[in-house]
Structure formats: C-alpha cells, structure tokens
Design a protein. Structure first.
Length: 281
C-alpha cells in the first residue's frame, strides 16, 4: 500500500482555516491565559484580547498539552496515515516541539517532529509545502525535505509599535538591545536562529513600514515567492502594503493577508504587522 503522510502544525503558523482545510493540515492550538481563563487560543475573541492588552491586563501563553497532539496524531492514523510529519514553532520561542515529541512516542505510526526554528507564515508556508508533497505521493523523507527547505529560505519582517509586549512575555531575544529607544523610533524585527532579533530602527510608523516593504522586496530578489502580510488587529496599513508588494514583486506566486495567531499577537502587541517572504521551488 502506498505511503500516506499526514501533516500537522500548530496555531502559531497563522494558517487561515480554509488553507489548512484545503491541504488537510492538522492544526494543534497553543494555549492562552487571559484573566485566569486558560484555553485554546482559537476560543478567544481576538478583539477582546486586543482590548485587554491595551488595558494592561496580563496575558500569558503556554504550549499545547501533549494530549492534544496525541489525539491529533491518532485521528490521522485512524484516517489512514502511515506516517506523520509534525512541524512547529521554534523551540527557542516555545516548548511546543517538546510536547509534540512526547506525544509522538505514544503513537503506533512513525511521527517525525520538526523544529522549524521560525514561526508565523514562514511556518505556515512550510506546512503547506509539506502537505502538497504529501498529496503528490511523496514519502516521509521528501515531505520533511519540502518543509525544511521552506523554513530555511523563508524570512519574517516584523513591525511593532513597542517592544514592551515582547519584554513582558520573555520572548524578546536579541531584540533586548533595542529597548529604551525613543518613542518616535519604531523597531523592525526578524526571526534569526530561532528567536526574535533586531533588524532596524526607523523614525516614525510610515517610514518603518516603508522600510519593511523595501526589505521584503529586496529579499524576494526576483525569485518566485509566496508572500503573506500578517496583522494583529485591523489597521490602515496592511492592504496598502499588500498592494505595494504586488506591484513591486512581479515573480510573486501567491499573496495573502492573514490574521496573526492570537498567541503571536499577545507577544507582539496590538498594531503589529509582518511580511513573510517564502521562495518557491
């Protein structure tokens, strides 16, 4: 019987429900704690979370329980999967990979757990590439290769109004060095070596966003690429950013505007915007 490889990721991938459903990608929810209410992140109202953050309420996050992975893996096996490729947020940002590996030991079919060393749509595009390879009949090795290639070549460019939320959540990483900059100076960040890292300091929001677009266009380098604009809460900027990228990246294969996962937003803060550039092929 030919191999049937199932693909699983976590909610930090920011995959829209329709995309995950189209490619039959299992998405395990990371946990959020708001005011003593602890649950899967998709059970929280995004607008309420943003309002709570602006009001100064403490919000914490936690990896999924290993049981959530176990039952996701079991469902894939029951549906006929002969192996699973499970790809997740960087282990330097979350213990999600550890929970997945713990659950994988209890499943009767092989489960290959990958640390993507990234997050957001870099992880999301990697999961889609893996699922496409699986749908084309690839074996586990080729599915893993498709995911790892995307993770290695994708880039995240992130704008935040303030570094305060990253500091509170302990996810500030090398961007710690940017704390204390003037209020008018806006930080641009990236993901490097599995953690949030500084990219640039730019005066004013509009200049910072323009710089972020320039960096994303330069990174695309004329190669075929999928590009996602990610937002946490609606702003006046994401659609214009998307239009600029479409004009300036003629080799773009697919573009989308997506909502950041609530867990990612809880660390980046309201008004955060990101661009993911993910080369194809």
């Amino acid at each position: 019987m030919p191999a049937r490889i199932a693909v699983v990721t976590d909610s930090s991938s920011c995959l829209p429900d329709l995309v995950a459903s189209r490619w039959a990608i299992g998405v395990v929810q990371i946990q959020l704690n708001l005011g003593g209410h602890f649950d899967d992140e998709n059970r929280f109202d995004r607008a309420e979370v943003i309002d709570a953050m602006r009001a100064g309420q403490v919000i914490t996050t936690a990896p999924p329980d290993p049981g959530a992975f176990f039952w996701t893996y079991q469902e894939a096996a029951a549906a006929g999967a002969t192996a699973i490729v499970s790809i997740h947020i960087s282990g330097r940002m979350s213990d999600t990979v550890r929970a997945a590996r713990e659950a994988a030991q209890q499943v009767r079919i092989p489960v290959h757990v990958l640390d993507s060393r990234t997050t957001g749509m870099s992880l999301g595009f990697a999961a889609v590439s893996a699922a496409r390879a699986a749908a084309a009949g690839a074996d586990a090795g080729r599915v893993i290769e498709a995911a790892e290639r995307r993770c290695l070549t994708s880039s995240e460019f992130i704008y935040v109004d303030t570094l305060e939320y990253l500091r509170r959540g302990g996810r500030i990483g090398a961007a710690q060095a940017m704390l204390g900059t003037a209020f008018s100076i806006k930080p641009l960040l990236t993901v490097k070596d599995g953690e949030v890292a500084p990219l640039a300091r730019v005066p004013g929001t509009r200049r910072a966003l323009a710089k972020m677009v320039d960096l994303a266009v330069k990174k695309s380098g004329g190669f075929r690429a999928d590009i996602a604009v990610t937002r946490f809460g609606a702003s006046d900027h994401e659609l214009e950013i998307g239009r600029q990228i479409e004009r300036r990246v003629p080799a773009m294969v697919e573009s989308m505007v997506v909502e950041a996962s609530t867990v990612i937003g809880a660390h980046l803060g309201p008004g955060a915007l990101g661009i993911t550039v993910s080369p194809v092929g």
